[in-house]
Design a binder for this molecule. Structure first.
Ligand code: HEC
Ligand code: HEC
Ligand code: HEC
Ligand code: HEC
Ligand code: HEC
Length: 189
């Protein structure tokens, strides 16, 4: 009686428990993958601002709004004042612009939802990449075609290293590009 129960546990229960545990791990691993890597993250923003319209159709330079991108670590999202350079006149009577004007009049910052992010223990710097001639699109995808910005590449360590080690083959449009660093201290300072 004892023995056959043990047999049952070892031969039937245990494999079932292991199978369920392993397959649910595998399932959550792959299902939660976009969330972990950030790929596909496309939050709704407080104002329906379209890159496709501004950076695509109207071809406003990325750096007009992301003014710090050649000077510092961060690209920065523009303050409402930058929008008002045009929208104190353009489309003034549209509901989204009335909202925008209200933020400006009250001096309230727009709380845009952050999309791309590397953890604090990793060091990333926009200016070294952008001043080398690497285009925004190499890392962010075709933002000028997006009505709502979404993350199109993952920024895992493997992904940074993949470009760093293969830069001359990946970045053929950048003249004289050298490999990026792959020593730990370059990114973990
Ligand atoms: C007229 C101003 C303006 C222009 C021009 C512009 N952007 Fe933006 N950008 C914004 C604003 C405002 C946000 C925050 C709201 C949003 O995510 O849509 C933003 C957000 C972004 C983000 C996401 C930031 C995050 O939270 O991770 C990326 C990436 C980006 N822009 C890239 C670009 C690129 C590349 C170009 C040029 C092709 C460009 N932008 C042109 C205003 C602008
Ligand atoms: C260089 C001028 C310029 C700047 C800077 C600019 N816009 Fe615009 N924006 C326009 C013009 C022009 C239109 C109308 C384009 C059209 O409909 O053909 C427009 C359209 C819009 C619309 C759609 C309005 C509607 O319902 O028709 C929104 C929303 C908007 N802009 C938000 C913003 C925000 C937010 C910023 C700042 C991050 C910004 N814009 C910066 C020129 C600008
Ligand atoms: C080599 C890859 C790479 C290139 C090239 C690049 N970005 Fe980024 N971008 C990133 C990474 C990684 C983050 C997240 C940074 C962080 O969390 O500090 C980011 C974040 C951002 C953000 C969010 C706010 C911020 O300042 O961190 C904006 C806006 C942005 N990028 C715009 C741009 C624009 C505009 C260009 C081109 C002029 C550009 N990026 C070029 C990788 C890149
Ligand atoms: C080109 C930049 C870069 C280099 C070089 C680099 N890392 Fe990273 N590392 C990152 C980024 C970005 C992250 C955060 C994203 C992630 O977890 O993949 C990270 C995450 C990590 C983590 C946390 C992993 C996790 O799953 O959360 C460890 C540990 C780590 N790195 C160790 C190292 C060691 C050891 C080296 C040298 C052999 C190294 N890194 C070289 C960019 C880099
Ligand atoms: C599309 C290609 C590409 C991607 C993606 C990329 N890098 Fe780089 N990175 C480069 C190149 C090329 C260089 C060398 C630039 C030079 O020669 O000065 C570089 C240089 C660097 C440096 C050295 C900067 C300095 O101060 O000397 C750091 C740190 C760095 N990258 C971090 C990162 C991190 C972290 C990521 C991922 C979140 C990343 N990079 C993603 C191409 C890339």
């Amino acid at each position: 009686m004892k023995k056959s129960f043990l047999d049952y546990v070892l031969k039937i229960r245990l494999p079932i428990v292991l199978f369920v545990a392993l397959s649910s791990f595998a399932l959550t691993y792959f299902v939660s993958r976009p969330e972990r890597d950030g790929v596909g993250y496309e939050p709704e923003q407080p104002i329906a601002f379209s890159h496709k319209l501004h950076a695509g159709t109207m071809a406003i330079d990325c750096k007009y709004c992301h003014a710090d991108v050649t000077k510092s670590r961060h690209a920065m999202v523009p303050p409402v004042a930058t929008c008002m350079n045009c929208h104190s006149v353009a489309r003034k009577n549209k509901p989204e612009i009335i909202k925008l004007t209200q933020y400006f009049a009250e001096g309230k910052p727009l709380m845009w939802k952050r999309i791309h992010k590397v953890p604090d223990f990793a060091y990333f710097n926009h200016s070294v990449h952008v001043n080398k001639g690497i285009e925004c699109q190499s890392c962010h995808g075709n933002v000028q075609e997006m009505d709502v910005v979404r993350q199109s590449n993952s920024f895992t360590m493997a992904n940074c290293l993949d470009c760093h080690r293969n830069a001359p083959t990946v970045l053929t449009y950048v003249p004289n590009v050298k490999k990026g660093p792959d020593n730990c201290f370059a990114c973990h300072r």
